[in-house]
Design a protein around this ligand. Structure first.
Ligand code: SAH
Length: 246
């Protein structure tokens, strides 16, 4: 299945083993570790038996950006909504869509570190954010248990998945995370060039734009078009062109 579990800076090897076991139970196979505090495949295999197919193929990435570059859908996870507005979802409501997106490209589901969860910058990379409902008094789950609950919802949703919808012949498929990041950089540079931000904080404005685009599935053509809007704004200002006459 084209779903990758991404652990951002996991601190405890026992938790990695717990994640691997939960993945094996629910039929997920792809694991990427971003800058893990320790990663010892042999010890993990000793804790989570018969999971060699996951552990041996696990990828270790230096940065989250590297880990996500090829993904066309990035889903974050968080115990508690933060200050910024984001596309928060329940796993049960998003599971069918995640499976559908996994048929077009790679879906990455990102889990944060045990002590602090995902940073705002990491959550900015996520198109949507899953929140598993829990008691408000103890909202935060153990990392491996959070992975288990998300994987369980995907497993249940997979049993009744409807056949896929047709796509246009010219479709390039969904834009990858790397293409989307390039689009955001171009858009931000364009907005800087027309002095759009003024008193507004660029980071907050870009976060709102990310939240809006995160709700849609941009295909590669669409992402290039938006990127072109950003480039064109900047080019025009740099050339000092007068606006075209009507
Ligand atoms: N102290 C951290 C908790 C991190 S728990 C905090 O308050 O943010 C480690 C990771 O498990 C989180 O980053 C998230 O990926 C996942 N997780 C824990 N509880 C969750 C919940 N209720 N819903 C979704 N993900 C959760």
């Amino acid at each position: 299945m084209n779903i990758t579990v991404v652990l951002h800076e996991p601190q405890d090897l026992v938790n990695i083993a717990g994640v691997v076991r939960a993945m094996a139970n629910m039929g997920l196979e792809r694991l990427t570790l971003v800058d893990p505090a320790e990663f010892d495949p042999w010890r993990i295999a000793g804790i989570a038996h018969r999971t060699g197919h996951i552990v041996e193929n696990a990828r270790v990435a230096a940065t989250l950006e590297d880990a996500l570059a090829g993904a066309t859908c990035v889903v974050g996870t968080s115990a508690r909504p933060r200050t910024a507005q984001r596309n928060y979802r329940r796993p049960r409501d998003l599971a069918a869509r995640i499976l559908d997106r996994a048929r077009d490209g790679e879906v990455a589901i990102v889990f944060g570190r045990e002590d602090r969860g995902l940073s705002n910058e990491a959550l900015d990379r996520c198109h949507e954010v899953l929140v598993i409902p829990t008691s408000p008094a103890h909202a935060s789950l153990n990392l491996a248990q959070a992975v288990l609950l998300v994987a369980y919802e995907l497993f249940l949703a997979g049993a009744g998945a409807p056949p896929r919808l047709p796509t246009g012949k010219r479709s390039l498929g969904p834009a990858s995370a790397a293409e989307l990041e390039e689009m955001y950089r171009a858009l931000e540079a364009g907005l800087v060039s027309i002095d759009f931000f003024k008193a507004r904080k660029p980071e907050s404005v870009m976060r709102v734009l990310r939240t809006i685009f995160g709700r849609t599935t941009l295909d590669a053509h669409e992402a290039r078009l938006v990127r072109g809007v950003g480039y064109e704004m900047r080019n025009r200002v740099e050339r000092g062109d007068a606006p075209p006459a009507d």
